[in-house]
Design a protein around this ligand. Structure first.
Ligand SMILES: [Zn+2]
Length: 126
């Protein structure tokens, strides 16, 4: 059974970013159990047109969440990410598209896009 109190975070796993995202999920959504799927530059990767890449990402997320019964997927991107060459605006666009795309995979989970800005503030954009 899906557990609304458990989440899977997908994105860059820079420790400071992960710490901020975990803080946000605990504070705003009362989520107590969070695991992370490392997918640097999640926005670009999820949008990759290569179906093999897409399938690998989807399987990765599906397994990670099924194993723990997580009810929430948080796609994460942050400012000044080494893995993403885009401008913040481009990164944010990609983040929103990625969250929308993952939400369309029928995993039965609430999907959101979280942006961590230069100051470490977390915003839910999708
Ligand atoms: Zn990063």
């Amino acid at each position: 059974m899906r557990d609304r109190a458990a989440a899977t975070a997908v994105g860059c796993t820079r420790p400071e970013v992960t710490r901020r995202v975990k803080g946000y999920l605990v504070r705003e959504l009362g989520i107590s159990s969070i695991d992370c799927v490392a997918l640097p530059d999640a926005g670009q990767s999820v949008r990759a047109t290569d179906p093999l890449v897409q399938r690998r990402i989807r399987e990765h997320i599906r397994r990670a969440s099924l194993e723990r019964g997580a009810g929430v997927i948080a796609v994460v991107a942050h400012a000044a990410c080494d893995a993403s060459p885009g401008t913040p605006d481009e990164q944010i666009d990609q983040l929103c598209e990625a969250a929308e795309q993952i939400g369309g995979w029928g995993l039965g989970m609430e999907t959101m896009g979280l942006w961590v800005d230069e100051s470490g503030a977390v915003d839910r954009l999708a």
